[in-house]
Design a protein around this ligand. Structure first.
Ligand code: ADP
Ligand code: ZN
Length: 288
């Protein structure tokens, strides 16, 4: 028996097949172009295997409420052709097997909980800081969803006193994503995040915003571990600055585990999402 997983990103689809022991037996990366072209390449890959269940972690926002007509759809996205696309519906039409449908960051949080940096825990948050900022939540060993999936990248943050940047979020301007996603670094300094020197003052501001958001998540959800991923987190010094700022801003109000164990980098670099998708496929069989 084989499980299928799709980490459907705005730039590329990572598709993988695993055996029953969750060993990956095949994997491919497909550029995200038009829905028709991308799905055809996805089908061509999975058609080579007898897949028993599939887990999909998609870029969003997505419809996750089974009572709504837009369940399984990709909702309002700037990605041409993908807005209001019935992704899950197309997959189900092609393959008559159980599916699990969630966001890419939820799948990553689940992968990290089961096999990565939050192993042995019952709850965690996964936050990616890249082109955008997105968060996934696992509570009591299960991906959390309510009326929608959480949109943790768009929480509002108090301004850093030295920051006058208006913010880049097309909806809110100066929400967390608008002030702290990768493109905001370049918009403020004219230098891409990866080329900014470690001692640039922007990093303190960056750390302040991310730490502030993490504090809000801790105050509302009290997760057992917080995992950070995404391109911007390739800056090792940034993690230290975030931890330090987190401790300062929490100011002793909440007791957390030692911050170096509590706020950590991903345990499955670049693999959290696809790992989670394959595990979700297995769950779909077991709970069927
Ligand atoms: P995506 O979010 O599109 O999946 P990434 O997670 O790689 O992709 O995020 C891309 C963003 O991260 C860009 O804004 C890029 O400038 C920034 N970035 C990539 N690498 C680094 C780095 N080493 N340091 C800081 N910023 C980086
Ligand atoms: Zn926003």
């Amino acid at each position: 028996m084989y499980y299928g997983g799709i980490e459907a990103g705005g730039t590329k689809f990572i598709c993988a097949v695993s055996d029953e022991q969750q060993n990956i037996v095949a994997k491919t990366s497909i550029p995200t172009t038009t829905p028709a072209e991308t799905l055809q390449a996805t089908f061509d890959f999975f058609d080579q295997y007898e897949i028993s269940a599939m887990g999909i972690g998609s870029f969003g926002p997505i419809g996750i409420n089974e009572d709504k007509d837009n369940y399984g759809y990709i909702l309002a996205t700037p990605k041409p052709g993908w807005s209001e696309f019935d992704f899950l519906g197309q997959m189900k039409e092609k393959y008559d097997i159980p599916f699990v449908w969630t966001t890419d960051v939820n799948a990553a949080a689940y992968g990290e909980l089961k096999k990565g940096a939050a192993q042995g825990k019952n709850s965690c948050i996964y936050l990616t800081v890249g082109t955008g900022i997105g968060g996934g939540v696992v509570i009591d060993g299960k991906i959390f969803s309510g009326i929608n999936h959480p949109e943790m990248g768009h929480v509002h943050v108090k301004r850093h006193p030295d920051d006058e940047y208006e913010g880049k979020c097309p909806y809110h301007k100066d929400c967390l994503e608008g002030l702290a996603a990768g493109p905001s670094l370049e918009a403020r300094t004219g230098i891409k995040g990866q080329d900014l020197p470690e001692d640039h003052p922007i990093w303190e501001i960056q750390a302040y915003y991310i730490a502030q958001a993490l504090m809000s998540y801790v105050l509302t959800l009290a997760p057992e571990r917080i995992i950070l991923g995404g391109g911007v987190m390739n800056q090792d010094h940034l993690l230290m600055k975030i931890r330090q700022s987190f401790v300062e801003q929490v100011a002793g109000y909440v007791e957390t585990p030692p911050v170096s164990e509590y706020i950590v980098r991903w345990g499955l670099p670049n693999e959290s999402g696809i790992t989670g998708c394959l595990l979700l496929a297995e769950d779909a069989i077991k709970t069927k």
